[in-house]
Design a protein around this ligand. Structure first.
Ligand SMILES: Nc1ncnc2c1ncn2[C@@H]1O[C@H](COP(=O)(O)OP(=O)(O)OP(=O)(O)O)[C@@H](O)[C@H]1O
Length: 250
């Protein structure tokens, strides 16, 4: 089942083409890593796909009325500041606001508990969110997005600033959700984590999709070094593929 589809999506910002004619679809069961150098257009692509930026071409999400869009897709933006001195539980509960009337029902409570458990935050639920470390706050916001329990999750650099355990835990959660039949689109700079946990990698360069294939194929493609300006080491291990950037090539 197709959960996400972009058809010739283009975005211009300040007169410059930032996303250029992107056609892409994501099926249930896929965890798609959106990779590309700084400024490649990853954030712009996600925001336009969600209807948050003017664009040409079409996105199945941008076409939906607001309430329906929130039931179809959760979005974890890159900016992860929490401004309200409320409990972790209350922040995660906001993820349910789009799903119903605003009043929490038993099913909402269960979704909040599942999200807290998935992110290892059960013991944090009564802590004041603004009094947590940056990485802990980031995990709370991931839990808020998970609590929406939408068919599709778009996450913009969710593991930036997280410690290794939280990075692995988060990527494992995304991989598990995909295996459970959801669709994930995750922008990520850590190509090693992308190799391990994504089912497919889409490489964006100057706003265009230049590679779209399973991780091993993408990470061994000579075009990768042109795009990123690096040479990497790719190997198979019992835990899955590993990729380590080794040297700058330009
Ligand atoms: N509001 C804006 N006005 C003009 N140009 C913008 C604006 N926002 C982004 N851009 C430009 O669009 C391009 C893509 O930016 P975007 O944030 O989508 O890249 P990204 O791939 O997410 O980068 P990063 O990995 O650094 O987060 C960049 O060249 C950026 O300078």
């Amino acid at each position: 089942m197709t959960l996400f589809s972009l058809d010739h999506l283009s975005v211009r910002r300040a007169g410059k083409s930032v996303v250029d004619d992107v056609t892409l679809s994501v099926q249930a069961g896929e965890c798609v890593g959106l990779i590309g150098p700084n400024g490649a257009g990853k954030t712009t692509l996600m925001r336009a796909a969600l209807g948050l930026l003017p664009h040409e071409g079409s996105s199945n999400l941008a076409r939906l009325p607001l309430g329906e869009r929130a039931r179809q897709a959760a979005f974890l933006p890159q900016n992860r500041d929490i401004h309200w001195p409320v409990t972790v539980d209350a922040v995660v509960a906001l993820g349910r606001a789009a799903q119903g009337s605003g009043k929490l029902h038993a099913e909402d409570r269960r979704a909040i508990d599942r999200a807290l458990a998935r992110m290892g935050l059960a013991d944090y639920r009564d802590r004041i969110a603004t009094a947590l470390s940056g990485g802990e706050q980031a995990r709370v916001l991931i839990a808020r997005a998970l609590a929406q329990e939408t068919p599709l999750l778009l996450a913009d650099e969710p593991v930036a600033g997280l410690d290794p355990e939280a990075q692995l835990r988060t990527m494992q959660v995304f991989a598990d959700l995909a295996r459970e039949g959801r669709g994930i689109v995750v922008s990520i700079h850590d190509l090693g984590l992308a190799a391990r946990f994504c089912t497919r990698l889409v490489v964006l360069h100057h706003g265009r999709v230049v590679l779209d294939a399973p991780p091993r194929e993408v990470l061994s493609d000579p075009r990768l070094s042109e795009v990123f300006g690096i040479r990497g080491f790719l190997a198979d291990t019992p835990d899955g593929p590993v990729f380590q950037p080794m040297a700058v090539t330009r």
